[in-house]
Design a binder for this molecule. Structure first.
Ligand code: ZN
Ligand code: ZN
Length: 337
């Protein structure tokens, strides 16, 4: 496939993304301490979980259910990652699944370059807008639309809080060697930058490096190392094969920290109905069964629904109502898409 050339409209414009990177230079004046590094690691972990378990597995794919209040809190937690609001994020991600590694895909390292898939598209002014129709299921909540509109607020509040925490610790526990500027530098700027690049490896490296268990129509791959760094998102070939599943590590040895976290939230009663891969996916993984192609009739239904809503929520809703009368085999196939 011929790669697209870099065009004038691709020029850098995302000032917030650059500002976060430049903020890391404060380390020259702020210095470092073990407390600051621990704060950086803690906020990286909490926010990696938020972006994967909440933005990706809930908002983009609707792989489990929750209450309306917790849904909003999950959106706020995801927004602290400074990766735009849940509607923008989900709309672009759903688009990626519909057009993976084709010319249409907005961040394919196959159709374009590794750099483009990693961060070139983030720096481009082409993608500030999103397809509101594709996230109609989420946009029906006014509080989610509000969060989308003010998506930078949770991140800014987090930045201020890290500074305040550092100042408080400097006065109450000076032996920790941290102060406001250092806490802001490590807890906010360095942590967010690391979070950016770890998250973006899923769009770039995970379509280039690793093993392919399933013969998907794209170049998605699985990697244990990237799964550890991204809390389970490295099982990307599994995910592209069956993105209706909440867990992306399909076996006990496929470490998936976001899945473990969501199971704990389930024990607390905050989330429920975590979807898992069906038996036929495991049979396909074991080579017992070949991949079943979607029959024409279902493909048409899928296309019709795509115009209004993404595959996963569309099919979860379809299963509940519209397609109640379909034969058993077709219902099973729908769950797979
Ligand atoms: Zn996905
Ligand atoms: Zn992908």
């Amino acid at each position: 496939m011929a790669k697209r050339k870099f065009e004038p409209k691709d020029y850098i414009q995302n000032g917030g993304f650059i500002f976060i990177h430049l903020g890391c230079l404060l380390v020259i004046w702020a210095g470092a301490s073990w407390t600051a590094v621990a704060l950086c690691a803690l906020l990286y972990a909490a926010r990696m979980f938020s972006i994967t378990a909440f933005y990706h597995r809930y908002f983009a794919h609707r792989t489990y259910k929750t209450s309306r209040v917790f849904q909003f809190l999950m959106g706020v937690a995801g927004a602290t990652c400074f990766q735009n609001g849940p509607l923008w994020w989900s709309a672009h991600h759903r688009h990626h699944h519909r057009h993976s590694d084709t010319e249409e895909d907005i961040h394919s390292p196959i159709a374009r370059s590794l750099y483009w898939a990693h961060m070139g598209w983030i720096l481009s002014k082409q993608y500030n807008k999103y397809d509101t129709e594709s996230v109609r299921d989420l946009a029906k909540y006014p509080e989610i639309r509000w969060l989308q509109r003010y998506n930078v607020v949770p991140g800014i509040v987090l930045g201020v809080l890290t500074f305040v925490l550092g100042e408080v610790l400097a006065h109450t526990s000076p032996e920790l060697g941290i102060n406001g500027l250092q806490a802001l530098t490590w807890g906010f700027f360095v942590s967010t930058t690391l979070l950016y690049h770890a998250t973006f490896t899923i769009n770039s490296l995970m379509h280039k490096i690793g093993r392919r268990r399933f013969e998907t129509d794209d170049e998605s791959r699985n990697s244990m190392i990237l799964a550890l760094i991204t809390f389970g998102e490295g099982w990307h070939n599994n995910h592209h094969r069956y993105h209706a599943s909440e867990r992306q590590g399909f076996y006990w040895w496929e470490i998936d920290l976001s899945h473990y976290g969501l199971v704990m939230l389930k024990w607390l009663g905050l989330v429920w109905d975590l979807k898992t891969p069906p038996k036929r996916i495991y049979e396909e993984a074991a080579g017992v069964r070949k991949r079943t192609k979607t029959p024409g009739r279902l493909r048409q239904l899928q296309n019709d629904e795509e115009k209004a809503i993404d595959l996963t929520p569309a099919f979860s809703e379809l299963n509940d109502s519209t397609l109640r009368g379909l034969p058993k085999q077709e219902k099973e196939l729908l769950e797979e898409v």
